[in-house]
Design a protein around this ligand. Structure first.
Ligand code: ASP
Length: 581
């Protein structure tokens, strides 16, 4: 694409053999300069590529003189004739490697101070990269990631609008909208002593757009969640947020599947298969020990609880669940010790094993197991069985994590595959033992399945929600649910979550009022744009798909945010700080 402007006639990536003989002007950054006894070579870069400039002191003395002072990342404008390189200087590794620009006029547009790191340097400390993010973003990988993200968002917008969804902006200064994290709050100057909360998602607001008759809503929304950060978590999440009235799950799934298909096709040239397989939460938990199963490899969890009920081995006999992984190889003692170490990190008390090696069973527990138990396990030559015996939940956690670890370690994962999957029929509530009450697994606006609608208050721990998650390669991309449009049902759920009628009024009175004024049935989904880009780009670091992320301590090393405010600002807000550490 030729961007003819007063600055340049072509982009640096345009320089090709077809243009040889033409006078062109390029503008960009000096990526490298080499002085060769008289001739000076400069690699000029913009986001489309790199063109080699040649400055010859005989034909362009002024330009060559200026070129000696060029340092990396100076901004230059170069006019000249594109020429073919002599055969011995052709660089086949560069798309523009068979041409160069014989510069006639050079303009030094902008200088750069010495760089804190070179753009082609590997393993630069992340804090330094974030501190100088504008430089970091000039690097190929980040240019690619951020452009991929923009391309993806473009496809999403086109797709959603084609399907009749309306982009409606919802406020950032709002009231708590719970998604299970802490709120970020903003003090109000005009209403001293009062605070806005930044929405953890536009959940309530998008439901109100349905009550308001908009029928199909979407937004690329930023959601704020004050959580402790982990490698794959940020506090400002960008979501594709979607809601529809008179919802039809098949329609919604199909719409999303088609959108993913288009994104993968247009961004990666990869065809993904639809419809995506579906799995209930119970099945995912049973087979993979996870609510976001990585299905690019098998190594599924197996269970032997019934066969070990009367076991001589106390830990097996007493455990709520005895489950194991059947790994198709034999491990040494040292390897097993390392695996046990990991299992303990994930909460196991130990890691029992049976190694079927050379016609024998290597294991400290084998002598306690009866013939029936061994027969139930069905171990074969060359296999190792790794056990977890504990509560069901813990066996899922430990073996689920161990399975992922082994999948990676043993190279079982097909790295080129994308296995999309819907997980549905989630539990509706979980017990918060510390607080002694029920909490919503998804969020408190999710409706029970039809089957549980009448009886969820009697058996909250068993009740299922009409909720679904979308998973790819073991990453949860997002999820959604059908909502309660009946105010009585919503209030019943609030009751179960231990919200007093007064609290319900104060926190969610406006929602209950809205539901009482002709609310259509509705449901939707939200998908994490950051995660989607990570998977699309094959990028393991979430921060590298975000232009200006914060670090793991939620600080922006570039601007220094969060920063202090002046005593006058505090006064205006009516805030007194107890202590500043
Ligand atoms: N608001 C939910 C979330 O942010 C998604 C949804 O239920 O649509 O996870």
């Amino acid at each position: 694409m030729t961007p003819s402007s007063t600055w340049r006639t072509h982009m640096c990536g345009d320089a090709r053999a077809e243009l040889v003989g033409e006078s062109i002007t390029l503008a960009g950054w000096a990526a490298r300069r080499r002085d060769h006894g008289g001739l000076v070579f400069v690699d000029l870069r913009d986001h489309t590529g790199v063109t080699q400039l040649v400055l010859n002191p005989e034909s362009a003395p002024e330009a060559a003189e200026l070129a000696h002072g060029i340092r990396n990342e100076f901004v230059l404008r170069a006019e000249g004739k594109l020429v073919a390189r002599s055969p011995e200087t052709v660089n086949p590794a560069m798309p523009t490697g068979d041409v160069e620009l014989a510069v006639e006029r050079l303009e030094l547009v902008s200088r750069s101070t010495p760089l804190p790191f070179q753009l082609d340097e590997e393993n630069v400390d992340e804090t330094l990269r974030l501190r100088y993010r504008w430089l970091d973003l000039r690097r190929d990988k980040l240019q690619r990631n951020i452009r991929l993200r923009a391309q993806m968002v473009g496809i999403i917008r086109r797709d959603m609008e084609k399907a009749g969804f309306l982009d409606i902006q919802t406020p950032i200064l709002f009231k708590p909208t719970p998604e299970g994290a802490r709120d970020f709050v903003v003090p109000s100057r005009l209403q001293p002593g009062r605070f806005y909360a930044l929405p953890q998602s536009p959940q309530i607001l998008k439901q109100l757009t349905m009550v308001a008759g908009f029928d199909r809503y979407y937004q690329i929304a930023i959601c704020f969640r004050d959580e402790d950060l982990r490698a794959d978590r940020v506090q400002e999440i960008t979501q594709l947020d979607v809601e529809m009235s008179f919802p039809d799950q098949e329609l919604l799934f199909e719409l999303m599947e088609r959108m993913f298909q288009r994104i993968w096709r247009e961004c990666l040239g990869v065809e993904i298969e639809t419809p995506f397989p579906r799995m209930t939460f119970a099945e995912a938990d049973r087979r993979f020990g996870s609510d976001k199963p990585e299905t690019r490899f098998a190594l599924e969890l197996e269970e032997v609880t019934p066969a070990t009920r009367g076991s001589e081995l106390g830990v097996f006999a007493r455990a709520e669940a005895v489950r194991f992984l059947r790994v198709p190889r034999v491990f040494s003692r040292g390897e097993l010790a390392k695996l046990e170490e990991l299992a303990k990190e994930w909460g196991a008390k130990g890691l029992a094993y049976l190694v079927y090696d050379g016609g024998e069973i290597r294991s400290p527990i084998a002598k306690f197991l009866s013939q029936d138990e061994l027969a139930a396990l069905g171990g074969g030559e060359g296999e190792t069985l790794l056990f977890a015996a504990d509560s069901w939940e813990l066996t899922s956690r430990v073996l689920g994590a161990l399975r992922l670890h082994l999948g990676r370690e043993l190279g079982l994962i097909d790295e080129d595959a994308f296995t999309f999957l819907w997980v549905n029929d989630f539990p509706m509530f979980e017990r918060d033992e510390d607080a002694g009450r029920w909490t919503a697994v998804h969020h408190p606006f999710t409706r029970p399945t039809e089957e549980w609608k009448e009886r969820f208050p009697e058996h909250p721990g068993d009740a299922l929600a009409h909720a679904y998650d979308l998973v790819v390669n073991g990453n949860e991309l997002g999820g959604g649910s059908f909502r309660m449009h009946e105010p009585e049902l919503q209030a019943q759920v609030f009751d179960l979550l231990d919200l007093s009628p007064e609290e319900q009024r104060v926190k969610f009175g406006f929602l209950l009022d809205a539901l009482a004024m002709g609310a259509p049935p509705h449901g939707g989904i939200a998908l994490g744009i950051d995660r989607m880009t990570m998977v699309l780009a094959g990028e393991p670091n979430l921060r590298d798909v975000i232009a200006f992320p914060k670090n793991q301590a939620a600080v922006d090393p570039m601007s220094g945010a969060p920063s202090e405010i002046t005593p006058e600002q505090l006064d205006e807000l009516g805030i007194q700080l107890l202590e500043v550490t």
